[in-house]
Ligand binder design. Structure first.
Ligand SMILES: *[C@@H]1O[C@H](CO)[C@@H](O)[C@H](O)[C@H]1NC(C)=O
Ligand SMILES: [Ca+2]
Length: 178
């Protein structure tokens, strides 16, 4: 057994390994179904208002700038409705909290709707354990399709309004398979 193994040239083993890794990669890509979406500041079409529409409106969660955040008014819940323009099937969302605990999201609901006139909201996921942290936090384990997405922040760690730095969506255009 050992003797016959030793006769296989090293380059052939390396090649087999590379082919194997490549294959696994492709499979992974396929089961994950998508990518982190390129975002547009025009996506928020409704949101809880802010006293600082220039500096801290909902578009600030989509600008790729860690240092800008959405600072909505009121005592909650606070929400943003995103219009992704075309339907997407999403399977993950990520949010970046401020990291000061006081203004960090602790719970949110995500809902999807195919249309806006009227909306027909369907529950997608309820997340009850968002950490008080300024790290990017990803939440998956769902798959839903819609053009309109509602992020409803139902609780923060200290009941103050959220200072939400960033939101990202992972998925792919609905009805399109690579
Ligand atoms: C957000 O969730 C709360 C609790 O379920 C609900 O009362 C409220 O109406 C929701 N807000 C929106 C904009 O859907
Ligand atoms: Ca930002």
């Amino acid at each position: 057994m050992m003797e016959s193994m030793q006769r296989i040239p090293k380059w052939a083993l390396a090649l087999a390994l590379l082919v194997h890794l490549g294959f696994c990669n492709l499979q992974l890509k396929d089961t994950e179904g998508g990518a982190w979406l390129e975002r547009s500041p025009d996506w928020p079409i409704e949101r809880t208002e802010t006293q600082w529409p220039d500096a801290a409106d909902a578009d600030k969660v989509l600008d790729g700038n860690y240092y800008s955040h959405w600072n909505p008014s009121g005592r909650g819940p606070w929400y943003i409705i995103f219009d992704l323009v075309v339907p997407y099937t999403l399977s993950k969302i990520s949010i970046t909290n401020n990291g000061d605990t006081t203004h960090d999201v602790s719970m949110f609901l995500l809902e999807a709707s195919a249309s806006s006139d009227p909306y027909s909201w369907e529950d997608v996921v309820t997340v009850t354990e968002v950490a008080a942290s300024s790290e990017v936090q990803e939440f998956g384990g769902f798959s839903a399709t819609g053009r309109f997405w509602k992020l409803n922040i139902t609780e923060t760690h200290r009941t103050w309004q959220p200072w939400l730095r960033e939101v990202n969506f992972f998925g792919e255009r609905a009805g399109r398979r690579i």
